[in-house]
Design a protein around this ligand. Structure first.
Ligand code: PLP
Length: 404
């Protein structure tokens, strides 16, 4: 009998082996341009007022465990933010502060899934959704976002799948990512309305990962599931990593606003999970509370960051459009570009071979679509400054041209 549990095999990041190649190259002195890291704080320093609040919390000796469900200051700040932005009236009990959305995903899957229970996930998906589902014993049921419809959701097709699947397995929840990583899609009101109707019809719990809710551009308007799903059970995941540009603080939260029996049961169980792991990082919680409460400073910071992201993304898309091997849906949120690549035309067997070869030959690191469940694509992070994007994408375009 081996040492490791059977389910531990799900704790893998399929993209890590690609990273190992880049690291080995760097050890040999190669300078790699990385367009693979979705970490805003690498390119935009965390706003000063948030960093100062962190330091102040430490100076004031706020280095203890907080309330297990979250420091009351941060819980109140989350309530204020959701009232202001989405007209949603929350109670303290509706919120659990976690160590990033990552921990919220872990808590949710552990709280909800029994062996072979299904979670509806659309692909391309955020890579880390899959390990959490597997570790909890569940199984993802994968459906496609429609690339030829701007990576939207086909509600009729979804309905057919849910009807069929319901007879074979227990569907515990459906995961949405809005705005989306890796496609940059922002779901419209009509789509969300269709999803809410469907959830209502089939008693399906909706879990909406809205971690990029303030990073929308190119004329898009973001609608939270909170504005559409009143009356049905749903969960919102969000945090400090993206909107507050503080990935390394590791602060996220799960919100369960419903007053129905299922929602009450779930929020109580999430509170149990929070209590089992004791507390999220204390100074970071106080700093994020200030991040949310200081609306003037936040608006200044987020407006600057989003306008830069919009410019950089559109600049990158324009360069990518010069490449005959790529077809790109223009993103309207987050900071990712997810072009389809005509691999056959340039003689590659799959996206991994392409991405590895580009890295070795051009020292440009991007991510393969198969890491998000959608082969034949590449993901490019559009956070770096234009000069870096220009250098990297020019090398990518040249590389494809030479392979033609
Ligand atoms: N959800 C999505 C869609 C993401 O893109 C990311 C990070 O890139 C996360 C969750 C992880 O968030 P956190 O830093 O809060 O754990």
């Amino acid at each position: 009998m081996g040492l490791l549990s059977e389910r531990s095999r799900y704790a893998v990041n399929p993209l890590e082996e690609d990273d190992a190649i880049a690291e080995a190259m760097e050890r040999k002195g190669k300078k790699i341009i990385r367009l693979n890291r979705g970490d805003p704080a690498v390119y935009f320093p965390t706003p000063k007022y948030i960093k100062e609040a962190y330091i102040e919390a430490i100076a004031e000796n706020k280095t203890y465990y907080t309330e297990t469900r979250g420091a009351k200051e941060l819980v109140a700040a989350v309530m204020g933010r959701y009232r202001r932005m989405y007209g949603l009236d929350l109670e303290e009990e509706d919120i659990v502060i976690t160590s990033g959305v990552s921990e919220a995903l872990y808590m949710l899957s552990s709280a909800l899934l029994d062996r072979d229970d299904r979670v509806i996930v659309f692909k391309p998906y955020y890579t880390q959704y899959i390990p959490y589902i597997g570790l909890a014993g569940g199984r993802e049921y994968l459906l496609d976002y429609k690339e030829n419809d701007g990576w939207g959701i086909d509600i009729d097709e979804l309905n057919r799948h849910v009807r069929k699947l319901k007879h074979k397995a227990r569907i515990k929840y459906m995961l949405l990512t809005n705005p989306n990583n890796p496609t940059g899609t922002v779901l419209g009101r009509k789509t969300l309305e269709g999803i809410v109707d469907l959830a209502n019809e089939h008693d399906l719990l909706l879990v909406s990962d809205e971690i990029y809710d303030e990073i929308v551009f190119n004329g898009a308007r973001f609608t939270s599931i909170a504005q559409m799903a009143r009356g049905i059970p749903y969960v919102i995941l969000n945090g400090a990593s993206k909107d507050f540009d503080a990935t390394g603080f590791r602060i996220g939260f799960a919100i369960v606003p419903g007053r129905d029996k299922l929602s009450k049961e779930l929020k109580a169980k999430l509170a149990d999970f929070a209590s089992v792991r004791i507390s999220a990082n204390a100074p970071a919680q106080y700093a994020v509370a200030e991040g949310m409460n200081n609306v003037v400073e936040h608006n200044r910071a987020i407006r600057y960051m989003v306008s830069e992201i919009e410019e950089r993304t559109n600049f990158a898309v324009k360069l990518l459009d010069e490449n005959k091997e790529l077809t790109t849906v223009r993103p309207r949120g987050a900071y990712y570009i997810f072009p389809k690549i005509d691999l056959k035309r340039i003689g590659f067997k799959d996206d991994k071979e392409f991405v590895d070869s580009l890295l070795k030959s051009e020292c440009v690191q991007i991510t393969r679509g198969s890491g998000f469940g959608t082969p034949g694509h590449i993901r490019i992070v559009s956070l770096p400054p234009k000069e870096i994007l220009e250098e990297a994408i020019t090398r990518l375009n040249e590389f494809c041209r030479r392979k033609r």
